[in-house]
Design a binder for this molecule. Sequence first.
Ligand code: SF4
Ligand code: SF4
Ligand code: SF4
Length: 458
Amino acid sequence: MTSDQPIRGRLGPRMPRAYHVMVKPRGAICNLECAYCYFLTKEQLYPNSRFRMSDATLESFTRQYIESQPAAPEVTFAWQGGEPTLMGLDFFRRAVELQQKYRRPGLRISNAIQTNATTLDPDWCRFFRRHDFLLGISLDGPRDVHDFYRRDKGGRPTFDRVMAGLRLAQEHGVEFNILCTVHAANAPHPVEVYRFFRDEVAAQSRGGAPFFIQFIPIVERDNETGYSPAAGLAYESAQVTERSVQAAQYGEFLIGVFDEWVRRDVGRIYVQIFDTALAAWLGERPGLCVYEETCGAALVMEHNGDLFACDHFVEPRCLLGNISDTALSDLVASPQQHAFGMAKWETLPACCRRCEVRFVCNGECPKNRIRTTPDGEPGLNYLCEGLKLFFTHIDAPMRFMANELRNRRPPANIMAFLAEQEQKLEAKFACAGRNEPCPCGSGKKFKLCHGRRTISNT
Ligand code: SF4
Ligand code: SF4
Ligand code: SF4
């Protein structure tokens, strides 16, 4: 593993080679009121607004977004909220029509939409299927842990409504990912949460198609504005709410999921952070902004055309401008956005630069850099302990899978390899004496380590 090496893939001084804009056609408006939602309060940024994107803004954005990426073989439109389906189906019919109007020959256009799935009906599903929309469905696990924080405006649970929407999407063959936030309520149950997605959700998708899950840590700052501690800007509060996942708990959650996945599901279930890590172990760019060395290529546009640096920095100091006043490409390539992107690297604390897992972690997302390092430097990631635990834990299997890929063999070979190792170990356990060192290599006596299980079963 590497530490403080020259960085790969920093953004150039101007336009990034590729960038994404998440579009919020209804701004922060949502039919739910999840307790940890960081976006609902953004409504306050636009007093008296109807929170509906106009046709002129939609058309201007569509044209500029496509024209500003002349070399891209594919342009992805990402719709988000709030709850973007509250715009109604006609808005998205128009969006697809405008995409075709401005599409140059040979350009692929794709659409991704983040939804809580409670508004889906057969019309929506037929539309998504027909136009190949990829859905990101927010679901935090089985009923109890999902309903803990994900409730509607009347405080009612949402699990049944989300599952009904999800099943409808499955029935219509709509492609979707699961977005699961990791918080105080589900973090203690990694295997239960993961098995629910695998055995209850993925199992009913059509034709054994690959299944994608993203885990997103909830780190909620307990401050008055809810604004993020932008890298290089003032840190307002290092306190987090009790809903937030604890740092070590986050690492243990990911380890719990990984240990289950790596033995049974490699090549069948895709967990975003495991894919990202494998890319890093192969020496490639992680491909996910939170683990990149710099930020700046994942912007957000509000319903009125205001462009912000990132979804986690929709706040006045990170407003770049409005696409009806300044060209989208000029805003993306602006010195302000460049400085925002570079700050992630420039403010990385020295202890991160020396860290063994810096090559994959890169200090994670600046919004979570609210702790000080042991030597008193500000800007250490709140999740550091968990990130270090997890990335260290997966080192050996990641090396194995990266080696398989380099040799053009499937990384899924890890499953047979681990099964064989574990069989050998079980054979050694069977003949180990109570007071001998445990064959697992822990350094403890067998009777105090894996022997506990064998002895208590006899
Ligand atoms: S569904 Fe999404 S946008 Fe709506 S309240 Fe929940 S987290 Fe926020
Ligand atoms: S601030 Fe965080 S979420 Fe935003 S671009 Fe940077 S790493 Fe990604
Ligand atoms: S946040 Fe922690 S794990 Fe990540 S690079 Fe910094 S020191 Fe290493």
